[in-house]
Design a protein around this ligand. Structure first.
Ligand SMILES: Cc1ncc(COP(=O)(O)O)c(C=O)c1O
Length: 474
């Protein structure tokens, strides 16, 4: 009998049925060949997976079913507001969080009903507030005591009552990046605990203009631990009870914000050199059911102790997940365009067509996106390369130029990568296309949505050179 070569184990980044090395060793996304996508739609290319979006939302709904209060999920559209992504979210049956008049416009155009929409933001304009009040959305999340007056003025102008929620900044730290923490007193967000009683009194002063429906905290993004969520929920719960005792007003919802983490280190083969705190944060695996259970446990205990269970029994819990819906449902395909070997260091440099113009957080937060070869996805990744994007900026590199090792110094790919090879940056569906910009006159890329059975559909056309001129007047 001929000797059989044992099959190599699937790479650790594999997600069966979704991300796999298949025929010819090419990366496949729900059965769609990454190289064929590049041939058809060009490089670089954003690729999103509808089945994965659906699976991520199903996981959230399953978590909701495990607790005894109703849960309303409002997908944070800032993570990715491509219209096809919004449509997929709506079809999967959850609601929406927006952060500007533009996102509100997109939400309504994507078919979300006003009662499915909540509106956050620190600096809303009068026009944006008018649009939100006129649309009659579920909640305008008010970020300061001053903003209460702005909403009242909008309600007067529009002649409709506004639904509002107060956003708190509770001084709760997390183990995420400082730029992604939003519940510290040093952060720009929200109303402090000491201001809350006065803010509620002020908001309740004109019930003909404002309906006060809830209380809100967002502790930040990519929060690896359950405790900050539980602390935040407890604090909001205590404010809810205090408000009821003082005024008789009962809040209908408690909004725990977003921040459920995504595991960016499913494949840890290149993460060994990262600082331990960075690894803990990027590799967090926190189930949404744990977050909900912990939050409700502390609230239930407190409600029992204070004889307020009847109030808890009237509360709907809101969550605003962004990253956990779309991050691992997207990737960026990029092509190696140039190569150089530095004689002094021996480093081989690969220059791709995707830089921080497409993945801003790679430079702002030194965010780790696992890089693989899409052309040879099944080949051992045992050669080291310096990898960089196309921008005229020394910071446009896939390593930590500040030398703090928050990204690996070298990326591991198969031996002998040549120009023309297609690479894939995994887990890059969140805060990527939404933050992309045309620096250096680089038109924004196309995006495709892959559906069941590997059918890909263009969901964003590639910008043209003419698009680069579209806003200019000369
Ligand atoms: C108010 C608010 N809600 C929700 C989110 C979504 O967070 P994530 O994408 O981490 O779930 C954000 C983003 O940081 C936010 O600012």
């Amino acid at each position: 009998m001929p000797a059989q070569t044992p099959a190599l184990p699937a790479p650790a980044w594999t997600m069966p049925g979704y991300l796999e090395a298949r025929r010819g060793g090419h990366l496949h996304i729900n059965g769609a060949d990454a190289l064929e996508l590049i041939r058809e739609y060009g490089s670089p290319l954003y690729v999103f997976s509808k089945p994965r979006i659906r699976a991520n939302i199903a996981r959230l709904k399953l978590a909701a079913a495990s607790v005894d209060r109703p849960v309303k999920f409002c997908y944070a559209s800032k993570a990715n507001s491509n219209m096809a992504v919004l449509a997929a979210v709506r079809e999967a049956g959850i609601d929406l969080e927006v952060n500007s008049g533009g996102e509100l416009f997109k939400a309504l155009r994507a078919g979300f009903r006003p009662d499915q929409i909540i509106f956050n933001g620190t600096s809303k304009s009068d026009d944006e507030l008018d649009e939100a009040v006129r649309a009659g959305i579920y909640s305008i999340n008010v970020d300061s005591v001053y903003e209460i007056e702005l909403v009242e003025a909008a309600a007067r102008r529009v002649g409709e009552r506004a639904n509002i929620t107060l956003r708190l900044v509770p001084e709760i730290g997390t183990r995420s990046h400082i730029g992604l923490q939003t519940a510290l007193l040093t952060s720009k967000f929200g109303i402090t605990s000491s201001e809350v009683p006065g803010a509620f009194r002020r908001a309740l002063a004109h019930p003909e203009l404002i309906h006060v429906g809830g209380i809100h905290i967002h502790i930040g993004s990519q929060t690896p631990d359950v405790e900050p969520f539980a602390d935040a929920f407890k604090m909001m719960w205590e404010h809810l009870v205090a408000l009821h005792r003082e005024t008789g007003h009962t809040l209908e919802h408690i909004n725990l914000g977003g921040g459920i983490p995504v595991n960016y280190l499913r494949d840890r083969s290149q993460a060994g050199g990262l600082p331990a705190a960075e690894r803990d944060m990027l590799g967090a695996d926190l189930e949404p059911s744990e977050v909900l259970a912990a939050a409700l446990r502390v609230a239930r205990e407190s409600a029992r102790a204070t004889d307020a269970e009847h109030l808890l029994d009237r509360v709907t819990i809101l969550l605003e997940p962004g990253r956990s819906v779309i991050a691992d449902a997207g990737l960026v395909l990029t092509t190696v365009r140039n190569i150089k070997r530095r004689p002094e260091t021996g480093d081989v440099w690969l220059l791709t067509d995707a830089g921080f113009n497409l993945l801003l957080s790679m430079t702002t937060y030194k965010w780790y996106y696992h890089l693989i070869s899409a052309s040879r996805a099944d080949a051992p990744a045992d050669a080291e390369y310096k990898v960089a994007g196309p921008l005229c900026d020394s910071g446009d590199v896939y390593f930590d130029i500040e030398g703090a090792s928050r990204l690996p110094d070298y990326r591991k790919l198969p031996a002998d990568v040549r120009p023309g090879e297609v690479l894939a940056l995994l887990n890059s569906g969140a805060y990527s296309l939404a933050q992309a910009f045309p620096y250096n006159g680089r038109p924004l890329p196309a995006a495709v949505m892959v559906r069941e059975g590997g059918r890909a559909q263009l969901v964003r056309r590639r910008d043209t050179y003419e698009d680069l001129l579209a806003g200019d007047i000369w």
